[in-house]
Design a protein around this ligand. Structure first.
Ligand SMILES: [Zn+2]
Length: 292
């Protein structure tokens, strides 16, 4: 009887060990480079969609709302690029902040240009950082002044105090007026989208959320950010990440590892304006236009 019991215990322990080892191997084994595309590069997408699943209990905008707005405002609201070229646009929100220089170092080392949606209040004390990003070929966009939920606020607030104030700062400090904007939380009303269209600004959402804002707090955060992209990578993706709003070291490390992985799969990294074939700024200094 005792012998049987011991035997049973040993079997259970062995099974558990096997499961844990198997899971660990599966989870940590390097993912192969992205598979070849099965769709012609020039073929248009039928509709724009968010590929990453909805994250419950974080007051996030429903994916159907984002997708509905992209469908309702073609050419004005973008979740991803329009066709199936093997391009991908990395975007970083909420900076500039303390981890931004390290991210710029990584991007420079890999010769990659990215798109930043920055907050006016953070830009205010960091002109040199912003000048560097611009000089190094990155695209700068508007993410409001201090990150409010814009919906249900009046135009004197969401435009004058938030977006226009940030536009004015960009113009005075860097001589640019960004065309690209991203609403905080991806939350924006149809009425606001229509008004931004009149003002010549494009609304850029995303098709792939790495959830790095949450995963930077996790033990295996860098790994999870990498997997977050690798499991949902697709042609002409717009990828949501963050260089501000908290510690972003794991995002920086993940980007460093992801760039070679993407290139091994034939992906070219581009800015959002390159992906969409539009101008990034309403006014663009001659020298900059020549450099791009
Ligand atoms: Zn944000």
């Amino acid at each position: 009887m005792t012998l049987l019991k011991q035997h049973w215990r040993a079997s259970l322990a062995a099974l558990l060990l096997l499961l844990v080892t198997g899971w660990t191997a599966w989870e940590w084994w390097p993912r192969p480079a992205p598979a070849a595309s099965e769709v012609a590069a020039a073929s248009p997408k039928a509709r724009q969609t968010v590929r990453t699943p909805y994250l419950a209990n974080w007051d996030q905008v429903q994916l159907a709302e984002m997708e509905g707005q992209a469908q309702r405002f073609p050419g004005q609201v973008w979740l991803e690029g329009p066709t199936h070229r093997r391009l991908i646009a990395l975007t970083f929100d909420d900076g500039p902040a303390e981890d931004t220089p390290a991210l710029l170092d990584v991007l420079a080392r890999h010769k990659v240009h990215a798109t930043f949606f920055w907050l006016g209040q953070n830009l205010a004390g960091r002109t040199e950082m912003a000048e560097r990003a611009l000089r190094e070929g990155h695209t700068l966009g508007n993410h409001t002044w201090d990150h409010p939920d814009m919906v249900d606020t009046d135009e004197a607030y969401w435009w004058d105090e938030q977006l226009a104030r940030t536009q004015a700062l960009y113009k005075s400090k860097l001589g640019i007026e960004p065309v690209l904007m991203r609403p905080p939380y991806g939350h924006i009303s149809n009425e606001q989208i229509a008004k931004l269209q009149d003002k010549g600004m494009k609304v850029i959402l995303w098709s792939l959320d790495t959830q790095d804002w949450n995963r930077n707090r996790m033990l295996f955060g860098r790994h999870n950010i990498e997997r977050g992209l690798q499991d949902y990578v697709h042609e002409e993706a717009i990828v949501l990440m963050h260089d501000g709003g908290g510690k972003r070291g794991k995002t920086v490390a993940a980007v460093d590892a992801l760039i070679p992985w993407l290139r091994a799969g034939g992906y070219e990294l581009v800015t959002v304006d390159q992906l969409l074939g539009i101008q990034p700024y309403r006014t663009m200094p001659q020298a900059m236009a020549a450099a791009r």
